[in-house]
Design a protein around this ligand. Sequence first.
Ligand SMILES: [Zn+2]
Length: 409
Amino acid sequence: MPLITIRAQIQADKETEEILKDAMRCATKVYNGLLWHLREEQKQTGAVDISRKNLNKILRKLPRANSYYSMSVQLTRDEVRAAYKSFFTLKNKGLTKHDAPSFRPKEQLSPIKYVQSGFTVKGEEVTISLGRKRNDGIEKVSFRISHRPDVEYKNVRELSIIYDKDSGRMEARLVVEAVPQQNNGVGRAAVDIGETILMAAAFDDGTVILYSGRMIKSVRRYWNKVRSKLERNSRRWKEIAHKEKRQVEHLLHIATSHFIRECLKRGVREISVGQLAGIQESTNYSKEINQRLHAWPYRKLVQMLKYKGALVGISVNDNVDERFTSITCHVCGKALSSNRKHRGVYSCSCGWKAQADVNAALNIYERAYNVSPVKWSSGQVARPAVVSFRLGWHGVVEPKFKLKGVCAS
Ligand SMILES: [Zn+2]
């Protein structure tokens, strides 16, 4: 059963909301307390010990650790470990001038997370445990949640209480076992992922849909320019990274949802995706932003395809070896990088001519399923359907679809 994350609004009375906020502030204090003690240890011994054993020892000195559920306290502890680990990575690469991860602002409401235990969800009614040691003696609180009704689920594996800065509201995130829809299709599709063309998708009948990646590219380029003037990892820098992430994710949602709908229309039950190793960035990012940051939208894209597919009974396999698929002729099989001409046209001496991403998607299809979607012959020209979409600047969102032309088959 596929695991997916649902966002839900929290509806709580004033009193309950204050208790939740208090617990979240305590999580901030515990987080900062752990950091403070680690810094002190470092001053005295010159070393940082982020083992669970050492952190648990510190936790016993922090009175606020008694103000929320003990398993959630352990998850706060793990957040500190994760912060130190990414700090070490930055430090080793010379990308930070700080000596330790930074404290959270005092008034910040840190997330409180429950895994498997300490909470119950019955319909819209949620009850969470706060432990037995709070000063006010409150051990449990209940509230209601509401979310979009489009996902049917059975068990809730994880629950996080989060304060959403953008909306200024309390939210719940639920990791649930979703009940997938019945899918009786037998069709297959193959996807080539890229930058200018985000997805080139080939179907059984040889039709190819191209999803433009231009908008994502320009969103990323714009925010990168803004960010390049700021100190790396400063608060403003992080805010902008967050903004960029939201806008890119929104565009990815539009594209992946559209594609999954197209798959369902065509009775697709299986999607194969070329491995991401070949993703190359042509955008001019400053050197200090590492490769990991470059590739995240594509990993996110595959993730979205996987969970949106899982919900409608479509399996997604992303292990297709995509080496040479972009330079190999789909008709005669000759691999020649010079066949990739300017403006994204693939043109072979055998007479085959196609948009380069169409050629690649057809090759990925053939490699994944050991059969070509249709037998193209030399001299034919494949014309794909193109889906492009726009995002208004600064959050105003206006998706627009244009379907131009249909593939000749
Ligand atoms: Zn050829």
